[in-house]
Design a protein around this ligand. Structure first.
Ligand code: PEP
Length: 251
């Protein structure tokens, strides 16, 4: 059975004390969530060490929001995968649309980042998704396929066990506009097929594919009821423990 995952992407929000309080609140409420749901918090780099302490030994896993495309050395301002594992990270998000859009994240860089992350023992949450113009031109299938082919087709079926895909239509991120459950399911099923075409049906069947884009407690149930939606990558609603846990209660 595929893993159900609810991952909170805190982005550049909260101070360190606020982040610790949020992590503690998520841990405190996590007992309500069915045991088969993996909870993840992805925090800013500055928060990873103390939030890692707050979730240590609990069912809440720690994730980074990004990592460097180099292993170590003279790369001022970058954070390596070994630094992430040393503070207890189990996951890193890669290829979020905000990084692609504002920080020039390319598929080539994402191949390097994914390679380093997997080699360090991190699991990767790779984000894919089209922008509004691409959706309106009905290019969303092609865009997602190209992003997956360019990055994930460089890896092996074994590597895929440690990779989660998050489908995040850019037009739905932080806008309050959610893809309908049918729109999301259509593309999730397509993404699973793109994975199956390269890695086989078994790998594709076992892979968790998350939906992201204005997911909240009021719409999560409908989305998570879909056959190919295995959970969510949550932005705004992950900043309130009640909303985050409310989403995780929606399976
Ligand atoms: C995100 O950025 O990963 C996201 C899904 O944001 P929001 O839930 O705020 O749309």
């Amino acid at each position: 059975m595929r893993k159900h995952i609810v991952a909170g992407n805190w982005k550049m929000n909260t101070t360190v004390p606020e982040g610790i309080a949020l992590a503690e609140a998520v841990v405190a409420k996590s007992a309500e969530v069915p045991a088969d749901v993996q909870l993840i918090i992805a925090t800013p780099f500055t928060h990873l060490y103390p939030c890692g302490k707050a979730v240590e030994g609990t069912r809440v896993a720690l994730s980074a929001e990004n990592c460097a495309d180099k292993a170590k050395g003279a790369y001022t301002g970058e954070i390596s995968v070994d630094m992430l594992t040393s503070v207890g990270c189990e996951y890193t998000i890669l290829g979020h649309s905000e990084r692609r859009q504002y920080y020039g994240e390319t598929d080539e860089k994402l191949v390097e980042k994914t390679r380093l992350a997997l080699a360090a023992g991190l699991k990767v949450i790779l984000c894919v998704g089209e922008n509004l113009e691409e959706r309106e031109a009905e290019k969303h299938f092609d865009v997602c396929k190209t992003q997956i082919v360019n990055v994930l087709y460089n890896f092996t079926a074994e590597d895929m066990k440690n990779i989660v895909i998050a489908y995040e239509p850019v037009w739905a991120i932080g806008t309050g506009k959610t893809a309908t459950a049918e729109q999301a399911e259509e593309i999730h099923a397509f993404i699973r097929k793109v994975v199956a075409d390269k890695f086989g049906a078994e790998v594709a069947d076992e892979m968790s594919i998350l939906y992201g884009g204005s997911c909240k407690p009021s719409n999560a149930k409908e989305l998570f009821a879909m056959a190919d939606i295995d959970g969510g990558l949550i932005g705004g609603a992950a900043l309130k423990a009640d909303d985050f846990i409310g989403i995780a209660l929606s399976f």
